[in-house]
Write a protein that binds this ligand. Structure first.
Ligand code: ADP
Ligand code: ASP
Ligand code: MG
Length: 817
């Protein structure tokens, strides 16, 4: 025999009750009639509670009562044939009148006891059972309404009554024997005390009712029908990537639900566990889906944990003082005291020195707990043996749960890495003695971010989601957006990484979409829907989103974003940039940026600062971290200058070559910006610093390619005129090179702690002789690469290769997440 429990959403509307009938048709058999346990219709318990509490402070409940009546009457009208409607209307009316009398009493006395409240709440379940059983009576023979308050006996803790299992079991069995062959429709959630007064089993308690009936009658299984595909790895309302778990052990389900997974009420597991009855959580909106089986054995899973749950709001109390050390029974006394006052302690952590105890309670209990402690330990506090208890509010508990955890090393490391990298401060930690859960207390504002980050960390076979914010929408960004869009599927399938562009800004407009901006249409979206750009507010909005695995992309060439970098790192956001300015300014800034990123455990990637997408920065870093010593670095890092000298031969004048280079888009609008060598200087300075040198920009010796008259020209046109007039200056160099069979190269060199960049003539034996087009080349001479230097060569400029470099670094941030 099966017990089936349908929650609020499964009896929440005409459509759900019709669906419920279909489910029953597949299950009912005349040999063994199922037992159906029902909750109140969705929202009804909350509404009743609100009406009762309102009445107690003089708030009128008439319109809520009408709403309640309409909700139930509507089901009768739509689902019960006209000739059968009257008795149901009559009974409903009787219930609603009783309810009204009770509420009127509360209203008049302006007083609401827990006992009266339970009685008021019980009408939710009584009405829904009345309705559903009458609908069912049209399709099934021998249906019967069962008021569980006659059968489930409890103590008198109204609101959260404790069930007397033996007595209730006997009553349930006797009732069943006296009513053979009936299909029971049982009110969930309610019981009664020895005096026959109605009690409730705690919010969500209908699940428990089902398990109590299941255990009493040795059911073959208990099915909990709800509105999700079983128990998921996390609350699907917060973690979009949560997925359903096929098997859980009773303990795992208990821990997950105790720490907030509302889908099943924690005490439900106990009766089922004692009788070894499987509980199956099913989705009434998707009945074909297998759902989650809760049983003795936790089953096989490829993941080290089963799920993550959370308690939205808790407060913690911290008790410390020398008077607690070595004092046998101190914590026993403390917690007995709290229990006597019905204060539920959610979790406890005690430092190994016994110098302090921290425990979490529900926020509504916190002040009372503090006062009780203060009065109980008044003398100790006065004698300063114990400090006044400290209360911290607006906190949440996050718990990871799984039986396999205790055989798997590194679980807490992984948990804390995910937290730390995302800047989530852990206030207290508790590991259950069972080692089936590790719980941490964090600030409530971090909860959603923490749940998502921890979910990504533990279920990494799934995709890690990187949340990207991009500054600059010029050439490099637009190429990058294109690349990301093209690679989207590949990335997800091969790298387990999903990139979501949450915000973007250029100098005019900025736009945010927490679900990810469609990169196929970003231009129109930014132009059409974007707001006025403001860098400071862009950064603060990015921080306010408080998303896990967050990266800022600085694709500008501007100094403005740089001043926010430390703030970005301090907010635990990684940075990927092709902007060279941060690394090539004052040394002190270069140093402190790195230190800040390291301190916060985030990535600062800037491969594209030097040689676009070529692996130069990374190669140098790999050499350094593997313990190699840099002896010298030689490099050509200006694609523009390379192009110009590579094409300066034969009859062409220097003027003509520069002009063509500009026409081909190889130069800045003012070609002097390239020819002055300052860009080259910046790149080389970054390399020199990365190789360990402490250098300021002024320390780099830079040879001028251009004669003074060209440099000083007042406009670009004048510059070209002066360049034309200076052909002799360049021709002398060209002729010398031709006569010696050499090539003209503009080379940066680092040696003996000094850096200089100058023109040189190299012969055909030199590795830089054969450089073509606008390529970059760099050669590292190290202790290991001594006789034959390590050379990296290739296209060192252009939007495609730069964007590709940026893209690769984004993926690397994802891998580090
Ligand atoms: P019912 O009314 O059927 O008893 P509840 O609202 O009590 O349903 O519980 C189901 C809800 O629990 C789901 O809609 C979901 O939002 C929430 N929930 C929280 N954590 C989890 C989880 N880990 N797995 C599944 N659901 C969860
Ligand atoms: N109706 C009750 C509640 O909302 C019991 C339940 O749904 O399980 O708490
Ligand atoms: Mg529930």
């Amino acid at each position: 025999m099966k017990v089936l429990k349908f929650g609020g959403s499964s009896v929440g509307s005409v459509e759900s009750i019709s669906r419920l009938m279909k489910i029953l048709k597949d299950i009912d058999s005349l040999e063994e009639r199922p037992i159906i346990v029902l909750s109140a219709m969705q929202g009804v318990t909350n509404l009743l509670s609100k009406m009762a509490e309102g009445a107690a402070v003089g708030i009128n409940f008439a319109s809520d009562l009408t709403a309640l009546e309409n909700l139930h009457f509507n089901v009768v009208k739509q689902l019960i044939a006209v000739r059968g409607q009257n008795p149901v209307y009559t009974q409903l009316k009787i219930y609603l009148n009783e309810l009204e009398d009770l509420l009127q009493g509360v209203f008049t006395l302006q007083e609401l006891s827990l006992q009266t409240k339970d009685r008021i709440l019980s009408y939710g379940e009584r009405c829904s059972v009345l309705l559903v059983s009458h609908v069912a009576a049209q399709y099934f023979p021998d249906t019967m309404v069962v008021d569980a308050s006659d059968l489930i006996k409890t103590d008198s803790s109204f609101g959260n009554a404790r069930v007397k299992a033996l007595e209730s079991g006997n009553l349930i069995r006797a009732f069943r024997e006296n009513n053979p062959g009936k299909m029971f429709f049982v009110t969930g959630f309610i019981g009664s005390n020895a005096a026959g007064k109605i009690t409730t089993l705690g919010r969500g308690g209908s699940d428990y009712t089902a398990a109590i009936f299941g255990a009493a009658l040795d059911a073959e299984q208990v099915e909990i029908w709800t509105d999700v595909d079983g128990m998921l790895t996390a609350d699907p309302r917060i973690v979009k990537k949560a997925f359903s778990l096929p098997i859980l052990s009773y303990t795992e389900a208990m821990e997950l639900s105790y720490f907030g997974a509302k889908v099943i009420y924690p005490p439900t597991m106990m009766p089922a566990f004692l009788k070894d009855i499987p509980i199956i959580i099913k989705n009434s909106f998707n009945p074909a889906f297998a759902g989650t089986v809760i049983q003795r054995d936790s089953g096989h899973s490829i993941f080290p944990i089963k799920g993550i749950s959370s308690i939205d709001r808790v407060s913690i109390l911290n008790l410390s003082g020398s008077g607690m050390i070595g004092k046998a029974g101190f914590s026993g006394k403390l917690f007995t005291l709290l229990a006597q006052n019905s204060i539920n302690v959610i979790l406890i952590t005690q430092s190994s020195s016994e110098h302090s105890i921290t425990f979490a309670v529900h926020p509504e209990d916190a002040l009372q707990a503090k006062r009780i402690i203060e009065s109980e330990f008044e003398l100790e506090i006065a004698a300063e043996k114990i400090n006044v208890p400290e209360l911290e509010e607006n906190l949440s508990v996050l718990a990871i749960v799984g039986e396999k955890m205790k055989q798997t090393p590194g679980i807490s490391g992984k948990l804390f890495y995910a937290m730390g990298r995302n800047g989530i401060n852990v206030r207290a930690i508790a590991q259950g003695s069972s080692e089936y859960n590790i719980s941490v207390i964090i600030s409530h504002t971090d909860l959603s971010k923490a749940l998502n980050a921890v979910h990504d960390a533990f279920f990494s076979v799934l995709k890690t989601t990187l949340h990207v914010f991009c500054l600059g929408t010029g050439n490099i960004s637009s190429t990058l957006f294109n690349q990301i869009q093209k690679q989207h599927l590949f990335l997800q399938e091969n790298n387990d990484i999903e990139l979501k562009m949450i915000g973007m800004s250029n100098s005019r407009k900025m736009y945010f979409d927490v679900d990810g901006i469609d990169l196929g249409n970003w231009k129109d979206t930014l132009e059409g829907e974007g707001e006025k750009a403001d860098l400071e507010s862009f950064i603060s909005r990015m921080k306010d989103f408080n998303l896990p695995n967050c990266v800022l992309l600085d694709n500008t060439a501007s100094e403005a974003p740089v001043r926010f970098y430390e703030d970005v790192f301090s907010s635990n956001i990684s940075l990927v940039t092709c902007n060279k300015l941060a690394n090539s300014g004052k040394y002190e800034r270069y140093r402190s940026l790195r230190e800040c990123a390291r301190k916060h455990g985030v990535d600062f990637f800037y491969e594209t600062n030097v040689g676009a997408g070529l692996p130069i920065v990374r190669t140098l870093k790999d050499l350094m971290t593997s313990g190699d010593q840099i002896i010298s670095i030689e490099a050509i890092l200006s694609g523009t200058i390379s192009y110009i000298f590579n094409n300066y031969h034969g009859d062409k004048t220097f003027y003509e070559v520069v002009k063509t280079a500009q026409e081909l888009g190889f130069t800045e609008p003012d070609p002097r910006d390239d020819l002055k060598g300052s860009d080259f200087m910046r790149k080389f300075l970054i390399l020199a610093r990365d190789s360990g040198l402490i250098l300021e920009p002024e320390d780099v010796q830079l040879e001028n390619i251009l004669p003074d008259n060209c440099l000083n020209a007042s406009s670009v046109d004048d510059f070209y005129a002066e360049l034309k007039a200076s052909e002799d200056h360049f021709k002398a160099l060209k002729d010398k090179a031709a006569a010696e069979n050499k090539a003209i190269r503009y080379i940066g060199k680092l040696e003996n702690g000094k850096v200089n960049i100058s023109l040189a003539l190299v012969d055909s034996n030199h590795p830089f002789f054969t450089l073509s087009g606008s390529d970059n080349i760099i050669s590292f001479t190290t202790e290991r690469y001594f006789h034959r230097p390590l050379v990296v060569k290739g296209p060192g400029a252009g939007a495609e290769v730069t964007a590709a470099g940026v893209f690769a670094e984004l993926v690397n941030v994802g891998h580090n997440a």
